[in-house]
Design a binder for this molecule. Structure first.
Ligand code: BDP
Length: 703
């Protein structure tokens, strides 16, 4: 049990001891090996063998009463005549019917059939052996993952080892893990993947790498996962042109040529992802062209091939100047994009990070979702825990994503949930959906921490159906990944559901963001760096007060970027939800909260409470000893002990910092006094450890 099989373990289940209720054979209505229906047949055989211990024969023959039939609606009707069951199927959707000895898994397309097969296996793997019949359709057509892999094999913000795709500038020879990843993705109904970093290199487009891309597409195709790539906007110049101006004819024909070359090798390529004019990346603004001009240039060359262009809204200047008090990074996306609404080609999708700034532990939903009624949009989430403990901390993210997806933007005072905007439903758009940055690596268990896989699993489930419940998704995942033992399910559920609030408590609360080392690795505490940095992640903390005033009346005006009802809510300190108080308002440390506590006392208390919760995960996990395989039990225990310790480092660093800054005493007299903490100075160093200087001092030993 090394975690490599993730939730596709197909462990024997107790209820499946008798195989009498099992159909006698599998009929897959396509025998071409690259076909997802063929894959579905193989997967069904493998899964049933694991769960029931019986190998069913696979054939493509005619219907036998006792059979599992998997195929597309068209293939099924060709073999067996018309059926009324399929009329409501949408692209990628499926109909699943489980009757004692007859199982029918019918996809609108091949991919849908494969999804139905995985759905069936997930049912029986959880011992749900009863009859059922239903249709399942996706909420939106785009359900992608993004990988930030570099050609040299490193991964930007990846925490599970080097790349499974690239090494030394080229695509790796052995793509076994890539195929296994495609299988995991298909099982959660993900249909597209961008395989390289948004900070892209032009060399990806050389002929060796186009061949490599074709090999990657070949191994992912049987799982219905379409491959796409991130582009460097200045690529034409890197390949010898004098310019990369998106309106220059030589540039357009250069991109046209490259695109044709790629599609001749990968005819079903998903499309392109573009990060332009952001954090030093080149883009159309360099030539005084609009972002839409840039996006549409790619859209036009990809269009004849059916390709999509995901154009990121993450556009801002990372040399912001704090002395310009109106500068606010949270305003950037709307400022850059609002006047471009309606100017994007119909195969462009604007990919918007969920929050107004950058993958923080708590952010208001990006106001941009309300400004593009005439454009296709998608939400960008992170499974990789860049600011959220980097898989050394357990943080189950589905509850946070649910809050975002269900947030009602009230555009034109009408219901406008984010999930209905990105699906295209609210503004009647043909395209839309979601992308999550995952950054799997060569670590056997994909993400480093076994428990982090719940986030990947939940992402797929919510991309397909955002109305699903975060806890139910989690419990399916636990039962597939670990065990159906009730205590195992209850304990991991409890830890997971406590984890996001706990992390928020010990890293930064009241909407102040995760106070991580913003200028470097985004991991440990560095509250000192949270002002006067070019990235505009500011807290505006001084000795008397804290928080970023984003009101229209007094501040950066960011609250005013939201539709009227939401803008009014955030403008007013009384109606701003307290967990976003310091995001929108600048207040004295002594400001009273609804609880009656002051802001500073709330800070102190929350950091203690959060660290205490993190510590409680250790005995909770230990209570599962003997109920889990030893390997994963020990791996997770190691990480939980680490998290408990690091949460104390966080607690003390943040509390000491604000204690020093505000000179306000903790009512409970804990801050600054740590009788149980062992300082590094009190230890003897061996094994090559040497003292290093820690910035800020609050994050090191002895303050
Ligand atoms: C930031 C990451 C940086 C990414 C950037 C992006 O720190 O590594 O390149 O987002 O999303 O959060 O483009």
């Amino acid at each position: 049990e090394d975690g490599s099989k993730a939730w596709l373990r197909y462990a024997r289940v107790a209820q499946a001891n008798s195989t009498s209720s099992l159909p006698a054979s599998i009929i897959a209505l396509n025998t071409t090996k690259s076909s997802p229906v063929y894959t579905a047949g193989q997967e069904l055989a493998k899964g049933i063998q694991g769960i029931f211990g019986k190998r069913l024969p696979i054939s493509n023959g005619t219907a036998k009463t006792s059979s599992i039939i998997v195929g597309t609606a068209a293939a099924y009707e060709r073999e067996f005549g018309n059926s009324s069951h399929f009329s409501d199927l949408k692209e990628d959707g499926f109909w699943l019917s489980i009757d004692v000895e007859s199982v029918r898994i019918i996809g609108q397309n091949e991919r849908g059939a494969l999804y139905g097969a995985f759905e069936y296996l997930s049912h029986i793997a959880q011992g749900r052996l009863g009859g059922t019949s239903f249709i399942s359709n996706p909420n939106s057509p785009i359900r992608w993952v993004n990988e930030w892999d570099n050609l040299d094999g490193t991964i930007e913000r990846g925490y599970a080892g080097p790349s499974i795709f690239f090494k030394n500038g080229v695509v790796v020879d052995d793509l076994t893990r890539v195929a296994e990843y495609a299988r995991l993705l298909a099982s959660i109904k993900i249909n597209g993947i961008i395989i390289n970093n948004v900070n892209a290199k032009a060399e990806l487009l050389n002929s060796t790498n186009i061949e490599g891309l074709a090999r990657i597409a070949d191994v992912m195709r049987p799982f219905g996962v379409q491959v796409g790539i991130s582009l460097n906007f200045a690529s034409p110049q890197s390949f010898g042109l004098k310019t990369f101006d998106p309106l220059d004819t030589s540039v357009i024909s250069w991109w046209n040529n490259v695109t044709n070359q790629i599609y001749s090798r990968v005819p079903d390529m998903a499309g392109y992802l573009v990060k332009a004019n952001s954090e030093g990346q080149p883009g159309p603004l360099t030539y005084n062209r609009t972002l839409a001009d840039g996006a549409n240039m790619f859209a036009k060359v990809a269009k004849p091939h059916g390709g999509i262009v995901m154009f990121r809204a993450f556009v801002y200047d990372n040399h912001l100047n704090e002395s310009h008090w109106k500068d606010d990074r949270a305003n950037a996306a709307v400022e850059f994009f609002k006047d471009l609404d309606g100017k994007f080609d119909d195969n462009v999708v604007v990919q918007i990070k969920y929050g107004a700034i950058d993958f923080q532990v708590r952010e208001p939903v990006s106001p941009l979702f309300a400004h593009l009624p005439n454009s296709n949009t998608a939400i960008e989430l992170q499974v990789t825990q860049e600011y959220l403990g980097q898989q050394a901390h357990l943080v189950y993210l589905a509850p946070m994503w649910k809050e975002t997806l269900e947030f009602d933007m009230r555009v034109d005072s009408k219901p406008s949930k984010v999930q209905d905007i990105i699906s295209g439903q609210r503004f009647k758009r043909p395209l839309g959906g979601s992308a999550a940055v995952v950054n799997v690596g060569t670590d056997t268990n994909w993400l480093g921490h076994h428990l982090a896989l719940s986030n990947l699993y939940a992402y797929g489930r919510l991309a397909w159906n955002p109305s699903e419940d975060a806890k139910e998704i989690l419990q399916d995942w636990i039962s597939l990944t670990f065990s159906q033992d009730q205590k195992v399910i209850d304990t991991i559920t409890k830890m997971s559901l406590l984890s996001w609030p706990a992390y928020e408590n010990y890293t930064g609360n009241l909407g102040i963001q995760t106070l991580t080392d913003i200028t470097g690795n985004h991991f440990g505490p560095n509250p000192r760096a949270m002002d006067n940095n070019g990235w505009g992640q500011w807290t505006r903390a001084d000795s008397l007060s804290i928080g970023m005033d984003r009101t229209v009346s007094n501040g950066t005006g960011n609250a005013g970027q939201y539709p009227k009802e939401i803008a009014e809510m955030y403008e007013n300190i009384e109606t701003t939800p307290e967990d976003l108080l310091l995001w929108f308002h600048h207040v004295p440390y002594t400001q009273k909260l609804k609880s009656g506590k002051t802001v500073i006392q709330h800070f102190y208390d929350s950091h203690y409470a959060g660290a205490e919760t993190a510590a409680s995960f250790v005995p909770m996990w230990e209570s599962l000893k003997g109920k889990l395989d030893e390997q994963r039990y020990n791996d997770v225990l190691f990480r939980q002990i680490y998290q408990a310790g690091h949460a104390v480092v966080w607690r003390d660093a943040i509390n000491n910092f604000y204690h020093n800054l505000s000179s306000i005493e903790d009512e409970q007299k804990r801050v600054g006094r740590h009788p149980w903490r062992i300082e590094a100075e009190g230890m003897q160093l061996s094994g090559g450890y040497v003292p290093v200087h820690i910035e800020p001092p609050e994050a090191g030993s002895n303050s």
